[in-house]
Design a protein around this ligand. Structure first.
Ligand code: GDG
Length: 472
């Protein structure tokens, strides 16, 4: 209802609900499945929370509404906002820059202006939704200016920010023409969370270089200004995770188990099924993975009758040119590898450019002997954790890039450098040949980590850190 305010306000680019067509042809809201929603849902219900975000369709301007016990506050975006703030500045400037310029970032002043304008709109919506003294938790790189804008409008609030993607080293970050505004925007928060300690360290260095503020371990000393007293900001790691029990439960259902068997059947029951699951994104190292597999086939170190690679590449950011090019390159490579090495009934790669329901993902995890996560840079990589959570049979080998946040935690995986194609090939062969007892020993230790550090613990730790700031 208009004018209502809440004790906990979550702000993210996308709302946790999607507008979909129901069976009767009428439009309805459906919760979008995702770790963040699962983690925050119980807390949102218990603490009378509201979620501020974009409804996923340009031009849609809706009043706040309730969905399944959560108050939803839509922020409208026009087609131009979407092009300049989202596809432009967020996905074609910040995304490549923050992932170590794997693709060249584009810097356009109109995009920056849109970023400022849209961040202000989100900050205003959050300020309206927040009760006096409320906690506001802002998410991700699309909204880095919101903490400061919000603090200026509402100094009574406790503000948290979590960055889901990496924060780059200063040498890279400093290319951004608006680097100081971004750092100052983030420093509006009381607690700034990062995935890895390197991300927090990079942010602290950028802060020292660009603002001159003193930092002491995870604390930034923000001096008093005419308008505001001196404050301390905490910048540290809170590695995100998944709903481990939920994934495990799903994978244990008879339907999913049966589907996993069926998938292996449909693939011709090869001795090894390898799997990759990624948004089709240049950060995920899909090309490196295909190159390694193609060479193994060429050198006859693996045979197409024995080993098949299933690659799910879910459609992503299809209006951004770098993503269109990447799709073309990947599909050309898949076609070549299948053409060169496949036989009738045995394609080398089963390539799927679709979105799948969660049940199918869980069945794929169960069907896969080897999971390939070869990202060139990734804030965390939840797929790695989901694979582990699904494997309550204790089997399966995870090949994991050391450039993911997950690699800091999942140390019993086969850790690889995806740029080192020979090393990656050796790891694939090692995974295929790994003895039963070693697979189980490694999986046991991976599962312990994922079970004990789930997404509920992550959100709890973040919100506790925020509460301690208010208390202190
Ligand atoms: C960003 C950061 C960080 C994928 N395809 C389908 C599908 N998925 C699900 C996966 C997983 C999620 O999407 C992807 O999460 P990731 O962590 O792997 O990667 P990003 O999308 O890049 O996420 C990342 C994350 O934020 C959280 O902080 O870990 O580093 O880049 O859950 O399973 N799910 C379904 N069908 C698909 O086709 N149902």
């Amino acid at each position: 209802m208009v004018g209502e305010t809440y004790q906990l306000v979550v702000v993210s680019n996308r709302l946790p609900v999607d507008r979909v067509l129901g069976e009767d042809g009428a439009e309805l809201w459906r919760a979008s499945p995702g770790g963040l929603v699962t983690a925050l849902e119980p807390i949102m219900r218990a603490s009378d929370g509201a979620w501020v975000g974009w409804a996923g369709r340009p031009g849609l301007d809706l009043p706040p509404f309730d969905h399944d016990g959560i108050h939803i506050v839509p922020v409208p975006l026009s087609a131009t906002d979407l092009e300049d703030y989202y596809e432009g500045f967020s996905n074609d400037t910040l995304w490549p820059l923050y992932h170590d310029v794997i693709a060249p970032p584009s810097f356009h002043r109109v995009w920056w202006d849109a970023y400022v304008r849209v961040n202000r709109r989100f900050a205003e919506a959050a300020a309206r939704a927040a009760a006096p003294g409320a906690t506001v938790w802002v998410h991700d790189y699309q909204l880095q200016l919101v903490p400061r804008m919000l603090r200026e409008a509402r100094p009574d609030l406790t503000i948290g920010f979590f960055n889901h993607i990496p924060f780059p080293a200063y040498g890279i970050f400093s290319q951004l023409p608006w680097r100081t505004q971004i750092v100052e925007g983030l420093l509006g928060a009381d607690v700034i969370g990062f995935q890895r300690s390197a991300d927090a360290a990079n942010f602290l260095q950028a802060t020292r270089r660009l603002t001159g503020y003193a930092t002491r371990s995870a604390v930034v000393e923000v001096p008093a200004s005419d308008a505001a007293p001196a404050r301390q900001v905490i910048a540290r790691t809170f590695p995100i995770s998944i709903d481990a029990a939920g994934v495990e439960q799903l994978a244990l259902t008879p339907r999913v188990q049966e589907r996993a068997r069926q998938i292996r059947d449909e693939l011709g029951n090869p001795s090894t099924v390898m799997l990759g699951v990624d948004r089709l994104d240049y950060t995920k190292g899909i090309r490196h993975r295909l190159k390694a597999f193609g060479e193994l086939l060429a050198e006859r170190r693996v045979a197409v009758e024995d080993v098949v690679l299933v690659q799910v590449a879910s459609p992503s950011r299809e209006r951004v040119e770098a993503y269109q090019q990447l799709r073309d390159e990947i599909e050309l490579t898949v076609g070549r590898i299948n053409g060169d090495y496949g036989t009738i009934g045995h394609p080398a790669i089963s390539y799927l450019h679709h979105n799948f329901p969660r049940e199918e993902m869980a069945a794929l995890f169960l069907a896969a002997d080897v999971m390939l996560v070869t990202a060139l840079r990734d804030g965390m990589n939840l797929v790695a954790k989901e694979y582990v959570a699904a494997r309550s049979d204790g089997d399966g080998v995870l090949i994991l890039s050391e450039f993911t946040g997950s690699a800091d935690e999942l140390k019993s995986a086969l850790l690889i450098n995806p740029h080192d194609i020979d090393g990656l090939k050796d790891a694939i062969v090692r995974a295929i040949e790994m003895p039963h007892h070693e697979r189980h020993k490694r999986m046991k230790s991976l599962r312990k980590r994922v079970r004990e550090h789930d997404v509920a613990r992550w959100s709890d730790e973040f919100l506790t850190a925020l509460r301690e700031r208010t208390a202190g």
